[in-house]
Design a binder for this molecule. Sequence first.
Ligand code: HEC
Ligand code: HEC
Length: 232
Amino acid sequence: MTHPVFVPLLFALGLAAAGAHAGPAQLQDSMAQRLVACTVCHGKEGRAAPDGFYPRIAGKPAVYLLNQLQNFRDGRRAYGPMVTLVAPLPDDYLQAIAQHFAALDLPYASPPPVRDAPALLQRGQQLALQGDRDKQLPACSACHGAALTGVQPATPGLLGLPRDYLVAQLGAWVTGQRRAHAPDCMAQLAQRLTGSDIAAVSAWLASQPVPSPSTAVPAKSEAAPMRCGSVP
Ligand code: HEC
Ligand code: HEC
């Protein structure tokens, strides 16, 4: 059964069951209008809400967004409300949604004030930009781009995300709650991070201002340090 809260959202998305009283359908005709439903949680225009957990979706690479929508639909990510929303949607509709949000180019807010110990931030910066050879950890920037703004078409940027969201995602990869297409490079990497490394890299990433331009850079010709099944 659909949770009552989602009925209006599903109507807004044009997903009401066939035969239901759909109301004035013409009012919901544009994709932008339909996707207002998503901004209840993801913030105005998909810019991320400030409460620390809802991720920004605006301006992320289109194939990355499509992969995530399919991951919720097909059981590789587990957040219940997202699963309910995308469960009935076919691939071409998910692709249209992904393209809509990928095309938005919106400014980011400044990062929240830093309150962490310098040693923690230093470790976070080291992991993000240099990696840790002893732990077989390549730098995050080797795949997420030198400026960490993402790489087309399927690797997201890591800046402008709430710290709690980052911690939760890395933890979910450790426990298997979040999965990507195999080989799941992020799952392998997350297993090599200690709890305090996850705290450090999340704190440092969340403390960085988002550079301008903030968009994902074109794919590089040199090979990534590990294979990732989500990258075509
Ligand atoms: C009830 C609140 C809610 C609504 C409504 C909602 N989302 Fe989400 N969404 C979330 C949360 C929370 C997450 C992070 C879940 C997790 O931890 O994996 C998320 C994750 C996502 C992600 C993955 C982001 C990333 O960077 O990996 C995408 C894409 C997304 N949502 C798109 C949408 C779209 C499109 C809609 C409208 C059809 C929508 N969401 C509606 C709460 C919501
Ligand atoms: C070998 C390449 C590679 C390396 C190195 C790498 N990542 Fe990733 N990362 C990816 C790919 C590919 C994805 C997209 C996975 C998916 O489709 O779910 C991703 C996704 C993520 C996400 C999800 C973002 C979101 O919006 O939900 C986070 C968080 C993340 N990586 C953090 C890190 C951190 C922190 C490091 C460094 C410690 C790192 N990654 C190193 C390839 C990499």
